[in-house]
Design a protein around this ligand. Structure first.
Ligand code: PBG
Length: 349
């Protein structure tokens, strides 16, 4: 049995090239050393972004039921999580805030309150760690609105309730400026309102935050893979986001969205979710003149965790394979709930 070598069975010999020599791609797979030597894609903690949640009104971190191993943090446990990420070699954390239920309103005004939970989290992390790890903030209202949509609701001319693009964008600007003030190095508008990047850039510049950069959620799909995240942040959404996030059926639309965001001043662009959209990641990576990120979202995480808990997959290999594939598709950076853990694995290698 140990002699079995499929490619050299006499009935199925490797093809010969024009000189009559055998092409044997397996030569480059013969040992771990050789495989490592020829690997085209490598994971590096430096371009993994650890996503973290900070919640108002709890005195202990709370595990998120649909995302085992991920927590809603207190400000103090957030600091510990950021320290662990940084010490493992991660260079950026992306923070989401969870306010009290009674702090939510129709506009999401807690989002730009300097004492709101997200801004307090940003400020605490920046104060503790300075420039030794980058603080990115989610710039979107859905965690803060009582209806759970990413913007302001109005009725259109026919009486249909819609998320009003142009009434929402100025609120994103206020939120982004408050995040910059709190100490965010990067703001990340994730609401998919048209024109949001340009207005946020203008607002940051006018407030003197020319050095704060924008990671634009450029190609963000109306995806069922966000399901567990809505648990994670206690989002109040009824219905869906199909009138502002993209239709999974479309590819070209992503190229337009990315182009517009770059024209509007995005410093980095993102495709989200990652694994079901690797074709989009590849196409964006092929033309983008700015760094491209992909977001391995909550549903991707939870599916791996659930299958691993059942013993149906090899958790560590699946995590590394999925992240490697996202990099191979062309992502420069990856948002992932696994960043710190993977950084530890890579260091131990
Ligand atoms: C919206 C936002 C969402 C996610 C990140 N930002 C949810 C949504 O658009 O419904 C999803 C992240 C994840 O699923 O991991 N602010």
């Amino acid at each position: 049995m140990s002699q079995t070598n499929e490619s050299s069975q006499s009935t199925n010999r490797p093809s010969r090239d024009s000189l009559g020599l055998q092409r044997r791609p397996r030569r480059l797979r013969t040992s771990a050393t050789m495989r490592d030597f020829v690997a085209e894609t490598r994971l590096d903690p430096a371009n993994l972004i650890q996503v973290l949640f900070v919640r108002h009104g709890i005195d202990q971190p709370e595990e998120i039921p649909s995302m085992p191993g991920q927590y809603q943090h207190t400000v103090s446990s957030l600091i510990d999580a950021v320290r662990e990420a940084r010490d493992a070699g991660v260079r950026c954390v992306d923070l989401f805030g969870i306010p009290l239920e009674e702090e939510k309103d129709a506009q999401g005004s807690e989002a730009w309150n300097p004492n709101g939970i997200l801004n307090r989290g940003i400020a605490a992390v920046r104060k503790e760690f300075g420039d030794s790890i980058l603080v990115m903030a989610d710039t979107c209202l859905d965690e803060f609105t009582d209806h759970g949509h990413c913007g302001v609701l109005t009725e259109d001319k026919h009486g249909t309730v819609v998320v009003n693009n142009d009434k929402t964008v100025p609120l994103y600007v206020k939120m982004a400026v408050s995040q910059a003030k709190a100490g965010a190095h990067i703001v990340s508008p994730s609401g998919m309102m048209d024109g949001q990047v340009a207005e946020i850039r203008r607002g940051l510049d006018d407030a003197g935050y020319e050095d704060v950069s924008i990671m634009a959620y450029s190609a963000k799909y109306a995806s069922a893979f966000f399901g567990p995240f809505r648990d994670a942040v206690g989002c109040s959404l009824q219905g869906d986001r199909k009138a502002y996030q993209q239709d999974p059926a479309n590819r070209r639309e992503s190229l337009l969205e990315v182009q517009l965001d770059i024209d509007e001043g995005a410093d980095m662009v993102m495709v989200k979710p990652a694994m079901a959209y690797l074709d989009v990641v590849r196409e964006v990576a092929d033309f983008s003149p700015v760094p491209v990120a992909a977001y391995q979202v909550s549903g991707e995480y939870s599916m791996i965790e659930a299958a691993a808990q059942k013993g149906w997959i090899d958790r560590r290999r699946i995590v590394l394979e999925s992240l490697t594939s996202i990099r191979r598709a062309g992502a420069d950076m990856i948002f992932t709930y696994y960043a710190t853990e993977v950084a530890h694995w890579l260091k131990d290698n």
